[in-house]
Design a protein. Structure first.
Length: 149
């Protein structure tokens, strides 16, 4: 590809020319990017499957109830819940001042939130904010099952 370097100051032309030598032209870069989407999609699918497996194992281990909502949101909600709750445990118990008794109370509140969309909406929240977020949840976010097992 031909580049016009006349609009660059003379002292910057050589460095810019060296930089251009190491780059693909725009068309080649776009072609490489478009052909690489298959490997990106495969990598992303594998990562999502791994995260989903970890979230399901965690939910089973800690007796978390199944989430409610549209079928397409359930997996994403499970992953979001797993990530937020484990981040909260790290922030509040492992690195914070909470003990296991405090966490057990919060864990019971966590079990009451069954709407997958609520967990998806909180996916970017900090783990330390989970107690406040749970207090702000409405009746629409709570499940229809008895949360006291």
């Amino acid at each position: 590809m031909t580049h016009n370097l006349s609009n660059r100051p003379a002292d910057r032309r050589a460095g810019y020319a060296r930089w251009l030598e190491g780059r693909d032209c725009t068309d080649c870069w776009k072609a490489a990017r478009d052909t690489d989407t298959e490997s990106k999609e495969a990598w992303l699918a594998a990562k999502r499957a791994e995260e989903q497996q970890a979230a399901r194992a965690w939910a089973e281990q800690f007796d978390m109830p199944p989430l409610e909502g549209p079928e397409r949101a359930l997996d994403w909600g499970e992953r979001s819940r797993h990530q937020l709750v484990t981040a909260a445990y790290s922030a509040l118990v492992s690195e914070g001042t909470w003990d296991e008794a405090d966490w057990a109370v919060l864990e019971d509140k966590i079990r009451t939130i069954a709407r997958a969309g609520w967990w998806i909406d909180q996916r970017d929240a900090e783990g330390a904010d989970l107690p406040e977020l749970l207090d702000a949840a409405t009746e629409n976010d709570r499940g229809t099952e008895n949360p006291f097992r």
